[in-house]
Design a protein around this ligand. Structure first.
Ligand SMILES: [Fe+2]
Ligand SMILES: [Fe+2]
Length: 463
């Protein structure tokens, strides 16, 4: 909505030589409390209000002319027919004025007064004004742009983000100030909302924007955009990603050679859901470098346990443990499955003991690792009662630890579980929290005796 749309067009005007009785007559005839003073070509020279007239009478200046008593042009606030009504209302309210002439090429073409504007309750202006009143206090920036790309409304938070003044941007093309802001243009063009779009400004700041179309009488009249500065959040995110990359690189250095890295990075792991009625699983996601991620996660858990003091236990050797974890699945062969495929896990996946055996042989033969490493790998999928009689007893605590870390890493890798560990003497306490609460559990295991307690939501204890 623009000034020209609702301005009063019959504005009484007199010349600068008009006397006070002539000014009063013009006001009476036009039923207004203002008279414009124009030159002979119709250009605006000034304005006389009813107040100016009363003062002239009170001061006995009845012989003065309109030109002498008027408020001159250079002290008048005026609008143009294209000035947005919101900008006029803002200026009138801020300067405590009640009226504003509308001029075109310096000739008055109309007249606006505050009452008319405030009483103008139909149309988008009232909507915009209401919205802005409500949203003035919010911390998110708010921008209202009409179909001609002009800024119709802006809230204090938005001005603060960009260090702008309302006067300098209202009614102007938003692209001059927010040129990078693609969603506005797209929503104006397509009329569909764009939610949670990240936009970067020329200073490199990142804003999260929500842009929705505004319709009136089923026609698109503009868009409302709210936005918030997420630069700090983004910076932390980037830092975290960098840290993860650095960790990965550091891990790659611990790998014996590029062939092991290649093998791990090309062994997929699958996320699935169990279909209890059929005893089958449905593949929901493929982690292409799952073998690699699994080993990295296992080493992260190990680093955490190292922090908590587990390596100080007699019978636990950090180097042996790390070697066993790096190589434990190197001989694993995975089937190639697709998302959505429903399979019988017992049929498609190779028996785990087979890849354990294969990994152990590869490590022994090609990498010449210590016997303890080979043994831990060979039996990492056995249960305790399946271990051979000659299994070295001193390796049992570390064998239990390898199995625990392997299981935790699998939970992190395949179920996106969160793990908390603490060490209490020879006991390890593990809290596992999953996206699906039925998997949530607290496990306590004594590495020396193998005694295990599991606490789940339904079950308080099982030994
Ligand atoms: Fe394995
Ligand atoms: Fe594994």
């Amino acid at each position: 909505m623009q000034a020209g749309d609702i301005m009063v067009k019959d504005v009484p005007a007199v010349g600068p030589e008009a006397t006070m009785p002539e000014v009063a007559q013009a006001m009476l005839a036009g039923k207004t409390s203002h008279v414009l003073i124009t030159d002979k070509d119709g250009r605006l020279l000034g304005l006389m209000s009813g107040y100016d007239l009363r003062r002239a009478v009170a001061e006995g200046r009845l012989d003065s002319t309109a030109g002498e008593l008027m408020t001159p042009r250079d002290k008048l606030y005026t609008a143009e027919p294209e000035t947005p009504l919101a900008a006029v209302a803002e200026t009138l309210t801020r300067l405590k004025l009640t009226q504003m002439p509308v001029v075109q090429e310096e000739k008055p073409v109309g007249y606006l007064n505050l009452d008319t504007i405030l009483n103008y309750t139909s149309g988008e202006l009232s909507k915009f004004r209401q919205a802005s009143l409500i949203l003035e206090t919010m911390r998110e920036g708010l921008l209202v742009v009409d179909r001609e790309f002009r800024i119709q409304e802006v809230n204090p938070a938005a001005l603060q983000f960009f260090d702008l003044m309302a006067e300098e941007i209202l009614g102007r093309d938003y692209r001059l100030f927010f040129g990078y802001n693609q969603p506005i243009g797209e929503v104006l063009e397509k009329g569909e909302a764009l939610i949670n779009v990240e936009v970067e400004d020329e200073k490199g700041r990142v804003f999260l924007t929500n842009t929705v179309p505004v319709s009136y009488d089923s026609a698109l009249i503009g868009v409302i955009q709210t936005f918030t500065d997420i630069s700090q959040r983004k910076a932390i995110q980037r830092q975290l990603l960098k840290t993860t990359e650095e960790l990965d690189k550091a891990f790659a250095l611990t790998l014996p050679n590029s062939r092991v890295e290649y093998k791990l990075k090309n062994t997929p792991e699958y996320r699935d859901i169990f279909l209890p009625d059929e005893g089958l699983i449905e593949i929901t996601e493929i982690i292409n470098d799952g073998g690699y991620v699994h080993v990295v996660n296992a080493l992260k858990v190990t680093a955490d346990l190292n922090d908590k003091g587990i390596m100080a236990l007699p019978g636990i050797d950090k180097d042996i443990l790390v070697q066993a974890l790096i190589f434990h699945d190197v001989g694993k062969s995975q089937p190639l499955l697709k998302i959505g495929q429903i399979v019988d896990p017992d049929k498609v996946f190779e028996d785990s003991k087979k890849h354990a055996e294969r990994s152990a042989e590869i490590v022994r033969h090609s990498y010449g690792r210590p016997d303890d490493v080979v043994t831990l790998i060979r039996y990492h999928h056995h249960k305790q009662d399946e271990l051979p009689d000659d299994f070295p007893r001193y390796l049992l605590p570390m064998w239990r630890l390898v199995k625990i870390i392997d299981g935790l890493s699998a939970a992190i890798t395949r179920r996106q579980a969160k793990i908390g560990v603490s060490v209490n003497g020879t006991r390890l306490i593990i809290v596992e929290s999953n996206a699906h609460p039925t998997y949530n559990r607290t496990m306590e295991i004594d590495l020396y005796t193998g005694r295990k307690f599991v606490y789940t939501e339904e079950q308080t204890e099982s030994v």
